[in-house]
Design a protein around this ligand. Structure first.
Ligand code: MN
Length: 273
C-alpha cells in the first residue's frame, strides 16, 4: 500500500458557502492522504453567512473536527484568509482548530512559513469596501446566471488576471519569508498554483478548490510537491515531479465505512487501506 506519510499537507481557498466550492472532493483528497500536520491556508469560507453552507460543506467541517481529535495525533492549523477573517475565531471553537495569522514550523532542518497572501495584495488591503462589493457582485452573478458555475468561474479567472495577483503575492511572500528567516513560504489567495524561487527562498502557492483543477501541496521527505486532484489516486497527477504513477484506482470509503473504522484511528496516521 502506498503510505507516504507527509509532514504537512496544505490546502487553501475552498470557499465553503459558495456554489463552486469543491468541499466533497477536498474531503476525498484528505482521506486519501496521510499527514502529520494539516494547514488550512485561508479562505476556507466564502463569507460570514452560514446559511449558505450546504450539507457537503458541513460534512467537510465535521471531518476537520474529527481530524483535529488529539487521538489522531494530527496537528490541524487554520491560517486566516481575507474571506474568513472574523469567522476564524468562531470556527476555532466550533471545529476545535487553532487559528493563526501566519504559521511557522521546521521540517528537515528548514524553516517553513504559511500565510494566506492577501496581506501582499494591495487591492484587498487598500480597498476593503471595493473588494467586498466585488465579492457581493460575484455572489449575485452566481445567483442570476443560468449556468452559475460557468459565470463565477469565469469571473474568478478574470479577477485573478486583472489584479495580476500571482507575482505581487509571490514577491510579498518572499519578502515576508526573508523577514521571518524562513527557507520556504506557502500562500493561497491567488487561486493559481505556482512555484518560484528567489534569493534562495522557495515560494509555493496552493491554488484553490473552486476550479476544474483543484490543487494541494505536500511537504515530506521527498520535498515539496504541488498535486492536482483528479479524484483517482492518493498522489493524483503529481505536478512536482516526473515520476510516472501507476494510477491504481481505489474505491472511496463511504461515510458509513469510515464511521465503522473510526475506532481503529487511534494511532498517528490516517492511512486508509
Ligand atoms: Mn483570499
Amino acid at each position: 500500500m502506498d503510505t507516504a506519510v507527509y509532514d504537512t499537507l496544505i490546502l487553501s481557498d475552498l470557499h465553503l458557502g459558495s456554489d463552486i466550492s469543491r468541499a466533497e472532493d477536498a474531503m476525498r483528497m484528505l482521506r486519501q492522504n496521510c499527514f502529520r500536520r494539516l494547514i488550512l491556508l485561508g479562505d476556507i469560507f466564502c463569507d460570514l453567512n452560514f446559511r449558505r453552507l450546504t450539507k457537503e460543506h458541513w460534512k467537510f467541517l465535521g471531518y476537520i473536527r474529527k481530524l483535529s481529535n488529539p487521538k489522531r495525533g494530527i496537528e490541524v492549523v487554520w491560517v486566516e484568509g481575507n474571506h474568513d477573517q472574523g469567522l476564524s475565531q468562531v470556527m476555532s471553537h466550533l471545529v476545535g482548530v487553532k487559528v493563526y495569522e501566519e504559521y511557522l514550523w521546521e521540517f528537515a532542518g528548514r524553516r517553513h512559513l504559511a500565510i494566506h497572501g492577501h496581506q501582499f495584495d494591495r487591492f484587498v488591503v487598500n480597498n476593503l469596501v471595493l473588494s467586498h462589493v466585488n465579492s457581493f457582485l460575484h455572489l449575485q452573478l452566481q445567483k442570476l446566471a443560468f449556468t452559475g458555475k460557468f459565470f463565477s468561474r469565469l469571473l474568478d479567472r478574470m479577477n485573478t488576471r486583472w489584479l495580476r495577483l500571482s507575482t505581487k503575492v509571490a514577491d510579498g511572500a518572499i519578502a515576508q519569508a526573508y523577514l521571518r528567516n524562513a527557507d520556504r513560504v506557502f500562500c493561497g489567495h491567488t487561486h493559481a498554483a505556482l512555484y518560484s524561487e528567489q534569493d534562495g527562498i522557495e515560494y509555493y502557492n496552493t491554488g484553490c478548490w473552486t476550479d476544474e483543477t483543484p490543487t494541494f501541496i505536500t511537504v515530506g521527505s521527498d520535498g515539496v510537491r504541488i498535486h492536482e486532484f483528479t479524484g483517482q489516486h492518493p498522489d493524483d497527477r503529481d505536478l512536482g515531479s516526473q515520476r510516472s504513477q501507476a494510477a491504481t484506482q481505489r474505491p472511496y470509503l463511504t461515510d458509513e465505512r469510515e464511521l465503522l473504522e473510526e475506532s481503529k484511528y487511534e494511532k498517528v496516521a490516517i492511512c486508509r487501506d
